[in-house]
Design a protein around this ligand. Structure first.
Ligand code: NAI
Ligand SMILES: N[C@@H](CC=O)C(=O)O
Ligand code: NA
Length: 425
């Protein structure tokens, strides 16, 4: 095993506690031959036998049948996994950052060496989603994947909505609970969700999707007022990972969005994750569970270890990377979505018509407009201003973005308070 932090410690615990059951399931005992750590003398959970610790990861990967990487980060994880594969080991990793950057190098090396690469823990922690897409749904055609795949940001948004917490305070709590990445910016800015979206899209659409192909916005621009407003208009704010295949190609994006409260994703609370899959024959499927935390993630890691170990005993191999469809990747500007826009405007005749004609001028159709008499801003409703809440019909991102810019430039528009996409309608 490489790395022994939040997840690694729980993997060791489960390997030890469930040794007999695991041996029965594999058909041979699983023996932990070593754990590579940065500092063998650092104080750690007594579950890890001191004699197994080594600082020499390069050497350790040459003497195992299965190498489990739980260090995170691109290097040295990448080189250690390649070295393990070269020495004939199967590999199990939870490292979505590495897979979204350079997964294909690992997959190719593993195919050449005839060994397994498993990574169930890399997407949505404990939730079985990689195996279902890679194996169970491989006879179907997936059209869309819509997911809450980052536990930290879901926890943060939930704490903001239910307890009025500030973003920074909620992030600290998520770190303390073992949900956040080593650098929580990866969670908050959407990089972690984007990596998972790239992995899901690659699997779902049999097309190679790199982290750089994913449009990404994090949750730092979401305000307490956005969250409160969402609730008033019957929505929850969620950081969504969306991967869609249309006739033109594949669109993959991560951004905060308003989700109607009657959509199953709106009810996903705390650090829980959920992935909603729409497939041609199967219809709608939802995978729900703990997407972060030591023990839940260790459950997914152990499932992969058992699969790889069974192959050692009985023969067989994990599925190879499937990229035969090679669909074009669409620019974000062409993605279709709806916006909910809040504006503070001069409260006088003709202003609403002016705003509406700006939207019409950009080809964006307005679904509803509400004037908000009880806005939460002390200045609104006084001094001749009013707050408007506009919801658009579906339009391409490019048109929605240019409409919002044009509205901002209108003389009677004092402020565009918030622009949020609406998904899951
Ligand atoms: N914590 C979570 O909820 C989840 C984590 N993951 C992934 O699992 C992996 C591990 O995550 P955590 O356990 O949370 O991180 P962590 O930061 O708690 O543990 C990583 C451990 O690896 C060690 N390490 C890092 N570089 C090393 C090196 N060069 N040599 C030896 N040891 C090294 C660190 O000292 C640390 O103890 C990451 O890839 C993460 O993205 C995936 C799903 C959920
Ligand atoms: N930091 C991640 C951990 C799991 O991948 C998250 O918050 O979901
Ligand atoms: Na998973």
């Amino acid at each position: 095993m490489l790395g022994c932090g939040v997840v690694g410690t729980e993997v060791v615990r489960l390997l030890t506690q469930q040794a007999d059951d695991l041996a029965a399931r594999v058909g041979a005992p699983l023996e932990l031959v070593g754990v590579a750590v940065r500092n063998v003398d650092a104080p750690r959970d007594p579950v890890v036998d001191r004699a197994l610790l080594t600082a020499d990861a390069d050497e350790l990967v040459t003497r195992a049948d299965i190498v489990v990487e739980l260090m995170g980060g691109e290097e040295p994880a990448r080189n250690l996994l390649l070295r393990a594969i070269e020495h004939g080991a199967s590999v199990v990793t939870a490292n979505k950052a590495l897979l979204a950057q350079d997964g294909p190098t690992l997959y190719r090396a593993a195919d050449e060496a005839g060994v397994d690469v498993y990574y169930e823990a890399a997407v949505a922690g404990a939730i079985p989603i990689v195996r279902p897409i890679r194996e169970s749904l491989t006879g179907d055609k997936i059209r869309r994947v819509l997911g809450i795949v980052n536990g930290t940001t879901n926890y943060v948004l939930d704490r903001m909505a239910t307890d009025g917490l500030e973003l920074e305070d909620a992030v600290k709590e998520a770190q303390g609970l073992g949900y956040a990445e080593a650098d929580p910016t990866a969670d908050v800015e959407g990089y972690d969700a984007a990596a998972k979206a790239a992995i899901l899209a690659s699997l779902a659409f049999h097309t190679r999707v790199h982290l750089d192909d994913v449009y990404r916005e994090g949750i730092t621009s979401v305000t307490a007022s956005d969250v409160a407003w969402a609730a008033r208009t019957g929505h929850a704010v969620k950081l969504l990972a969306i991967a869609e295949a249309t006739d033109d190609g594949v669109s993959v994006r991560v951004h905060p969005a308003l989700v109607p409260l009657d959509h199953p994703l709106a009810g996903v609370r705390g650090a829980f994750n959920a992935v909603f899959v729409e497939a041609e024959a199967a219809g709608e499927l939802m995978f729900y569970g703990r997407g972060a935390g030591g023990a839940p993630t260790a459950s997914a890691v152990l499932g992969d270890v058992v699969s790889a170990a069974r192959h050692r005993v009985l023969g067989g191999k994990s599925p190879e990377e499937s990229t035969y469809a090679d669909l074009p990747l669409l620019p974000h500007a062409s993605a279709l979505t709806r916006y909910q826009v809040r504006l503070v405007v001069d409260d006088r005749p003709g202003v609403l018509a002016q705003v509406a004609s700006t939207f019409a001028g950009q080809g964006v159709s307005i679904e509803s407009v509400r004037q908000v008499p009880d806005g939460d801003r002390a200045d609104v409703g006084t001094g001749g201003s009013a707050e408007l809440l506009l919801t658009t019909h579906v339009a391409p991102e490019a048109a929605l973005a240019s409409t919002t810019r044009a509205a901002r430039d209108l003389a009677p528009v004092r402020e565009v308070t918030s622009v949020l996409r609406v998904e899951g309608v």
